[in-house]
Design a binder for this molecule. Structure first.
Ligand code: GAP
Length: 511
């Protein structure tokens, strides 16, 4: 997918009521977005697919809904107060703030673009005979560009890992990186800024500083014992949760890829110490299966193992999707050991252990986490589904090939004209189907235009009511993907649509 296609996804999302910039009438708020009438339905369906696949399909996983506000000590214990930060740099002239590592990565991107152009040129020249792997390994321009990229990577890593941020600033200066807005190279020092938002909470004994949660996971950890005891859960078992998280991300132009307010779908799987790698492998495979089950081209996904692990993890992998700006993380699977529960034990002085009847001993369970961003998954589906299809004779149509079970509307009910009793008949069909399906009802415009509008929002089936419908109780079904049309009796509609948009059929692919 090209940069151009990504722009199309963003404008399509806006034009068809999926995603709007937040407070747009006030010119928006950076990296904050609102979901519109179609977006909210798609998002709800993705959430439901995740929830059912986790909670309903596993007899040992239950869900919770913890608060966004938590006791401030939670974030001390989890390490977020001291360690959850990004290296920032300010431009003294434009007064704009940037992530220093992102400025450097954007600089590197220029070399990557040059490589892609080089490859595209060679592909054209050599045609069928082109061996990309060999070309990349031998072409002097590409080798030179890659050496430069690596040199920058090494210097950036050295500065960040050692905490010597003056080295990161020196790198920015050596590369001659200028403020993308003003062109100025007048930079401040690089400093670490915490990503958590804080606010004040009033209490009888004064005010205290609290945080908006930067991940939902901690709400699960602090409820581990409540759920284990009240649900009489036996290891291994999981607790799932979906909900908002907040991070003060300083980014530009990444749409819903990186937001300040976003939604996570997380599951913590509590296991016996020593069995965590078995479960890590299980969840790594199971989660990729969940993605592939949506019919997305397999080559669009890959694993990215973390080489450098966070201090609490003994294994971590990202599931990445190929966005226009390259492969990027959509989901993380982390083996978090007993770090979080032990930290909460030590900060509260309370035991957060499990009594193992078989072993006749108590211990702190280990945890394998799966954590996916709902908004990023939304972007994966939109990017993957949007197609400009050539129909011959120079005609095209815009079609959003979403998995039918996740589409905002399952069907559209369209009387061909607004007269001759067709509206009443169409309303009858609507009343019949609305208890089972989210049905779009529309009377305006020609039927061709209405089909196109439904294609553009991904509705899998259109139901057209015409004069014949009044005579023999039949309607025309028109399918989004094939544009095939079929005449069926109104009595059959419920069964046909249920089969076409079945969440059950989708979930079956996972068992
Ligand atoms: N509890 C683990 C955790 O929060 P993470 O890698 O920081 O791990 C998990 O976040 C997922 O949340 C990511 O894979 C991504 O899909 C999503 N995510 C993280 N930051 C995000 C942001 N600023 N905007 C949108 N999604 C984000």
């Amino acid at each position: 997918m090209s940069e151009e296609k990504f722009k199309n996804v963003i404008s399509h999302a806006k034009e068809y009521g999926f995603v709007f910039p937040s407070s747009e009438v006030y010119d928006g708020l950076a990296a904050v977005y609102d979901y519109g009438q179609n977006g909210v339905e798609l998002k709800k369906n993705i959430r439901e697919y995740w929830w059912k696949s986790m909670v309903q399909l596993h007899d040992n996983i239950v869900g919770i809904d913890a608060s966004i506000f938590m006791h401030p000590q939670v974030w001390k214990a989890s390490g977020h107060v001291d360690g959850f930060s990004d290296p920032m740099i300010d431009n003294k002239d434009s007064k704009k703030r940037y992530r220093a590592d992102v400025l450097i990565e954007e600089y590197q991107e220029k070399y990557k673009v040059k490589n892609r152009k080089e490859i595209a040129k060679a592909k054209k020249r050599f045609g069928e005979a082109f061996d990309e792997e060999q070309f990349v390994a031998t072409n002097p321009n590409i080798l030179r560009n890659n050496a430069k990229i690596k040199e920058i990577d090494d210097r950036l890593r050295e500065g960040l890992e050692s905490g010597e941020l003056d080295k990161v600033k020196a790198l920015i200066e050596d590369l001659g990186i200028a403020d993308p807005v003003s062109g100025s190279k007048n930079w401040t020092d690089v400093r670490q800024f915490n990503l958590m938002y804080s606010t004040q909470m009033s209490a009888t004994d004064g005010e205290s500083q609290i945080y908006l949660r930067p991940e939902t996971a901690q709400g699960i950890f602090v409820n581990y014992l409540n759920v284990q005891k009240t649900g009489r859960m036996k290891l291994p078992f999981g607790i799932a949760q979906t909900g908002k998280a907040f991070r003060n991300e300083i980014v530009a132009r990444q749409f819903i890829m990186r937001m300040k307010e976003f939604e996570q779908m997380e599951m913590q799987f509590f296991v016996q110490p020593g069995t965590e790698m078995k479960w890590y492998t299980y969840w790594k495979e199971h989660r990729l299966k969940w993605h592939r089950n949506l019919g997305i081209d397999e080559s669009k996904y890959r694993y990215h193992d973390h080489v450098k692990l966070a201090h609490y993890a003994n294994a971590a992998v990202d599931i990445e999707y190929e966005f226009p700006f390259g492969f990027k993380e959509v989901e993380g699977i982390h083996s978090r050991t007993d770090f979080d529960l032990k930290q909460h034990e030590s900060f509260t002085g309370k035991k957060l252990q499990y009594f193992d009847n078989e072993k006749n001993e108590s211990y702190v369970p280990y945890v394998v986490e799966t954590s996916i961003g709902l908004d990023r998954m939304f972007l994966v589906l939109m990017s993957n589904a949007l197609e400009e299809e050539a129909l011959g004779d120079g005609k095209t149509r815009t079609v959003l090939r979403l998995p039918a079970a996740l589409a905002p509307y399952q069907c559209a009910i369209l009387p061909v004209v607004k007269k001759d009793g067709l509206v009443e008949k169409a309303q009858e069909v609507f009343q019949q189907l609305k208890l089972d399906f989210n049905c779009y009802y529309e009377e305006k415009d020609t039927i061709g235009k209405r089909y196109r509008r439904q294609d553009a929002i991904g509705t899998p089936i259109c139901i057209t009511i015409d004069g014949t419908s009044l005579e023999d109780n039949t309607v025309t079904l028109r399918f989004r993907d094939t544009m095939e049309q079929r005449r069926v009796n109104i009595e059959e509609l419920e069964g046909i649509i249920a089969k076409e948009v079945s969440m059950k059929a989708l979930l079956k692919g996972l068992v």
